[in-house]
Design a protein around this ligand. Structure first.
Ligand SMILES: Cc1ncc(COP(=O)(O)O)c(C=O)c1O
Length: 384
């Protein structure tokens, strides 16, 4: 870090334990620090740089939109907002047909819970041990990771937490006061935990039988990360609501709730709102992101790259297990993950940690190439 940078950073509230680098530039799956050193980025700014850093199509779309109209709120129609909603809804399974734009993942979850409460006339929400849904009041109260829930005290009443993967426990907890089940289909921060076979199907049946809504938090799994555009629809399970953020704008802040026809039909104007959600720059970024994912066949790239990563990593001494799907992978090590992450950083490779001290997380851009995967595997072999 240069002394100039250090002086400038001193005014920031110290909210994060920071990695020892200052990033100034990015392109594709590479970022550069303020001394000019390059890093292969398998973290993507926390699963955000879906199309890579500064994808030219995304940059062009944002710049062109900026020259036309920087902002107008939801009180008027914007062609670019309508296009973004149509582009996203076109990727979603029926009956998820409507989109409500917000600014972040936590806001998407707050609004999804409210939509479910108003649609059912019920108050409570079931979520799952290990889950993470954001840091605003209602979302943090749904955190299954207790340390976050505690940070959000006093919690919003009516949240019930059940074990992830235990259908009978969800059945017992789901009574006539429950409006919704809120679940990450793959629990990322918890250490990349996938649901047991048939579990999500079972939750869908429970919700149908007992009149509750199913919300998938796809803030991480959405927008191609698992090799499908959305996890919604996988194995025939379609939730009533899907929340999105992270990769949706390839780095431009945005969140969204995908809403079923049935719930959308109950929405009364003025009950939901946001000033900045669905702003033109974010919408331009989202339209470009969808287009790049399609044009560059990024879903296929994720499936192919994931196979290479999993098979390469599974052969390494020191790797106990590789969990997850697509480019949302957890590497379970036979040792603490942090020194491994730090040694990789020293070699110019960025990977993430998780809530489990022996699990590293990979959340790379969807554009990651075979040669970059080989660079990472070689570095990993040396470090381990
Ligand atoms: C699964 C999941 N849901 C929600 C959120 C909250 O998103 P945001 O930080 O954009 O509010 C996150 C953030 O890491 C997340 O991983």
């Amino acid at each position: 870090m240069t002394s100039d940078t250090t002086a400038t950073l001193a005014a920031e509230l110290p909210t994060y334990t920071r990695w020892p680098l200052t990033i100034v530039r990015g392109s594709g799956s590479t970022v550069w620090d303020d001394s000019g050193k390059s890093y292969l980025d398998l973290y993507a700014g926390h699963a955000v740089a879906a199309t890579g850093h500064c994808h030219p199509e995304v940059v062009r779309a944002i710049s062109e939109q900026a020259k036309e109209l920087l902002f107008y709120s939801n009180v008027v129609a914007l062609p670019i907002r309508a296009r973004a909603a149509a582009a996203i809804a076109a990727q979603a399974p029926a009956p998820l047909t409507k989109v409500f734009f917000v600014n972040s993942g936590t806001e998407a979850n707050e609004n999804a819970m409210r939509l479910a409460r108003r649609a059912t006339g019920r108050s409570d929400v079931i979520s799952f041990e290990g889950g993470f849904h954001g840091r605003t009041a209602d979302a943090i109260s749904a955190a299954g990771l207790a340390k976050y829930r505690e940070l959000g005290r006093p919690n919003v009443p009516g949240h019930r937490i059940v074990p992830f993967g235990d259908l009978a426990a969800a059945d017992r907890a789901l009574d006539a006061n429950v409006a919704a089940l809120l679940i990450e289909p793959i629990q990322s921060l918890a250490g990349v935990l996938t649901a047991p076979a048939g579990y999500l199907n079972g939750l869908r049946e429970l919700c149908d039988r007992k009149g509750a809504k199913l919300i998938y938090d796809e803030v991480q799994t959405g927008f191609g990360r698992t090799g499908r555009f959305f996890y919604a629809g996988k194995d025939g399970v379609v939730p009533d609501l899907v929340t999105l953020a992270k990769g949706i704008g390839s780095g431009f802040p945005m969140g969204a709730v995908l809403v079923s026809e049935e719930i959308a039909a109950k929405v009364v104007p003025e009950e939901y709102g946001t000033t900045f959600g669905g702003g033109p720059l974010a919408c331009a970024a989202a339209v470009a992101t969808v287009a790049v994912i399609e044009k560059e066949a990024l879903l296929a790239n994720v499936v192919r790259g994931s196979r290479e990563l999993v098979s390469g990593l599974s052969r390494l001494r020191g790797v106990r297990e590789v969990r997850g799907e697509g480019f949302l992978l957890g590497i379970v090590l036979d040792r603490p993950a942090r020194p491994v992450r730090e040694a990789l950083l020293a070699k110019g490779i960025l990977v993430g940690g998780s809530d489990q001290s022996d699990v590293l997380r990979l959340l790379p851009p969807l554009i990651l190439q075979a040669r970059e995967i080989q660079t990472f595997l070689a570095a990993m072999a040396e470090v381990l």
